[in-house]
Design a protein around this ligand. Sequence first.
Ligand code: GRF
Length: 209
Amino acid sequence: MSSGETFRLGVLGSGKGSNFVAIADAIAVGKIPAQVALVLSDAEKAGMLEHARTRTLPARFIPPGNFRTKLDEDAERAYVSALLEARVDWIVLAGFMRVLKGDFLRAFEGRIVNIHPSLLPSFPGLEAWKQALDHGVKVTGCTVHFVDAGVDSGPIIGQQTVPVLDDDTPETLHQRIQVAEHELYPRCVAALARGEVSVQGRRVVSRIG
Ligand code: GRF
C-alpha cells in the first residue's frame, strides 16, 4: 500500500457474517483506519453477502469448485484475481470454511489473518467450542492469527479468554465466544491497519488497543 491510501481489506466468509459486521461497524465509526474493498463468499446464500450488500459494499459469490474443504484450481484463480483487481492489501478470513493453499497463500503472503473460536494451539479445526466442552477445559476463548499452510497454525496476533460454565451447551459456549470474537477481531485488524503489528518468527508484537 502506498502512503496516503486507505488500507484495503478483502473479507472472505461462508456463514452468517457476524465477525464481518463487527469489523464493518468498527470501520464505520472510525475505529479501524481501513475500507472493505471486497467481500467474497463460497456460499451463495451466506448472510455475510447480505450484510455487505446492505452496507453497499462490493460483495460476490464465487463458486468454490468440486472440493468440500478447499478451492479447486479454477476457483482459487478466480478468488485471487478478484482480490487483486479490487487492490486488496490484506485478507481477513471471517468464518471461511475452506483451507487456503499454495497460489492463494503466495499471492498474499504474510497478509492473511483468521479468527478461530478457541485458544490456539488448543482445539484447531472444526467446532472448536465443542472440542473444548468435550475436553472439559474451564477456560477457552478465541484467537486471531496469521494464516500459513497449516490448519489454524500461523503466528498468534491476539487472544481473548472466555470461561466455560458448568451448564454450558455447545450453543451457549459458542455464543459467548462469538461475543469475545466481535471485540477481539476489530481490535486486531485496527492494529494491523495502523501498522502496529510485527512478526518475529512465531512471535507477534503488536499494540492491540
Ligand atoms: C466464528 O466463530 C469464527 O471463529 C470461525 O467461524 C465463525 C464465523 O462466524 N472461524 P460468523 O460468520 O462471523 O458469524
